[in-house]
Design a binder for this molecule. Sequence first.
Ligand SMILES: *[C@@H]1O[C@H](CO)[C@@H](O)[C@H](O)[C@H]1NC(C)=O
Ligand SMILES: *[C@@H]1O[C@H](CO)[C@@H](O)[C@H](O)[C@H]1NC(C)=O
Ligand SMILES: *[C@@H]1O[C@H](CO)[C@@H](O)[C@H](O)[C@H]1NC(C)=O
Ligand SMILES: *[C@@H]1O[C@H](CO)[C@@H](O)[C@H](O)[C@H]1NC(C)=O
Ligand SMILES: *[C@@H]1O[C@H](CO)[C@@H](O)[C@H](O)[C@H]1NC(C)=O
Ligand SMILES: *[C@@H]1O[C@H](CO)[C@@H](O)[C@H](O)[C@H]1NC(C)=O
Ligand SMILES: *[C@@H]1O[C@H](CO)[C@@H](O)[C@H](O)[C@H]1NC(C)=O
Length: 523
Amino acid sequence: MPRLTTIASLLTAGQTLAFSTVTVPSNISRAVLRPDAYGYSIEPSSLSPYLQSTIASTVLKTIADIIGTLFVPDLDAPSVAEPNDTTVEVLKIRDDWFRGWTEYFPPGTDFIYTLNLRNESHAWVNAMQEAAAAMEALGESLALFELGNEIDHYINKGWRDDSWGTSEYTRQWKRLTGQILASEFYKQASHQPLFQAAVFADPPWVPDQHDEIDDFDIINATKAGLVDPEIIKGYAVHLYPQSTCDEVRRARLSLDLLSNHQVVWTNVSQFIPQQEAAEKARAPLILGETNSASCSGQSGISDTFGAALWTTDYVLTAASMGIEQVYFHLGHQSEYSAFTPLAYEYEGESLTAGVRANVYSHLFLAHVLATKDNKPQQISALPSANASDFSGYAIFGEGKHKHKHLGLEKLVFIDMGVWNASVGLSNPSTLSATDSTSVSPGHRPTRDVRVQTSWPSGTKLQFIRLQGPGTNAKSEVDVSGVSLDLESGEPVGKIRKEKAVVRHGGAVEVSLRQAEAILIQLA
Ligand SMILES: *[C@@H]1O[C@H](CO)[C@@H](O)[C@H](O)[C@H]1NC(C)=O
Ligand SMILES: *[C@@H]1O[C@H](CO)[C@@H](O)[C@H](O)[C@H]1NC(C)=O
Ligand SMILES: *[C@@H]1O[C@H](CO)[C@@H](O)[C@H](O)[C@H]1NC(C)=O
Ligand SMILES: *[C@@H]1O[C@H](CO)[C@@H](O)[C@H](O)[C@H]1NC(C)=O
Ligand SMILES: *[C@@H]1O[C@H](CO)[C@@H](O)[C@H](O)[C@H]1NC(C)=O
Ligand SMILES: *[C@@H]1O[C@H](CO)[C@@H](O)[C@H](O)[C@H]1NC(C)=O
Ligand SMILES: *[C@@H]1O[C@H](CO)[C@@H](O)[C@H](O)[C@H]1NC(C)=O
């Protein structure tokens, strides 16, 4: 045993440098990169607590100011009664429930509102009333309706019988949307929201995580006729790579597994056939609700800097596969929430309201998603930066000159290697019981990346870094010098963009530390 330890530390100390040579193939396939690729899905019972604090609006305003345009909160199916309770079954909403949403969130925020599909009685009177109230209250901000949440769990919940499947669902979906479209309140509205279809929970390639026997997936649903590009603007699926929902999966929870690009690839690529089916039906596939681990996450994993690196990689991997938007789930007392609005007692500890390390993925990605004047961007995952501890993406845009073909504008590299630090391990808004006690031995390794680009030599570049003490850190994280105040979420510090130039033959050289991400962009 002691000998093994010695060998391991010698190896770690000796291997402080990794070299990666990356090329950007000119024939690489590209996908749309939307400015609103990153959004939030808010538990209905959590909305009122979020609105009682300024934290979400403060954080989202900082991000909106960088992106210059907005993301979309996806408000889950109201299925809650008590605002304090996260899992009750029936929500009785009144019109004033919506009050303040459009004022609270930064201007330009779009909403997706989930209607009640469960209760069919009286020709969906509940859903119809919700639709009318949401349109009235949210007006222009209401982008889309969803019909039901995780509808592939309805048999299991006792809300539908065994006949529930893609045919019956499609029939009901068309009937309810038909009713909405034909209603007076809809026809008379100056702004008419369209629809996001599907909303399936079960991951296609993980049969042991399916709650019930049914035939729901995008391939089968579109075959069953759930196709109408005039009104269907997206197909939503939910994905949680890890889970705290049961003992078996709880035992598998792991920070090392989260900060691993090959795992991200495996988790997300199971949706490629689903994405292709959606594209064939002429609407994008959307990860309508997601986070690191289902059933509210796991402190020590979900609220770490490693989770920020995971989120960054996950959004870009999804986008490069044509999954255009990813909505991270927020609960006001959930362990995976990037920010929490109110102090609360939890597992014998008093947690403050505040921002957690995973929020920095959004702050960093805001720079990646930002474009001047809302010009379109495209993204490709780079085949030569595709290892478990290293990923890379090329981003193309119109730039200053309007090219016929979008040119290379940005590069993003993520070192997903796990580096456990001995500082920045606590955060008063997270459980101190989960503060890491693991420390990586030796010096933090550095990776030298050499990228072969099409940029002319001498071209001026800027680097922006997503950086923190280590994968296990819960604080002391920043984006090139800008951090968020732990309690208020207010930005602190000024961004310090590093300057560089393209070398001879289009080479770009950069070093990044283990567990760090970098954006390289034209200055
Ligand atoms: C791009 O070109 C390379 C070299 O010619 C080839 O090996 C590769 O298959 C091509 N990739 C695509 C996506 O067409
Ligand atoms: C929520 O819980 C808090 C503390 O337990 C209580 O003061 C408050 O009245 C509750 N709110 C509602 C709407 O039930
Ligand atoms: C369904 O809606 C009807 C009409 O509003 C209501 O009377 C009934 O209680 C609802 N059922 C459930 C299970 O919510
Ligand atoms: C799609 O439908 C086929 C035929 O009914 C079925 O065998 C398959 O399991 C379904 N897919 C899913 C993900 O349920
Ligand atoms: C994600 O990948 C990990 C590692 O392969 C696997 O254990 C997990 O089940 C996957 N999760 C889903 C939802 O596919
Ligand atoms: C990355 O690696 C996986 C295999 O692990 C492969 O299936 C995938 O196509 C690769 N991605 C790129 C962009 O080359
Ligand atoms: C890093 O620390 C976490 C606990 O915070 C532990 O689960 C993980 O295995 C450690 N990873 C390495 C590579 O030391």
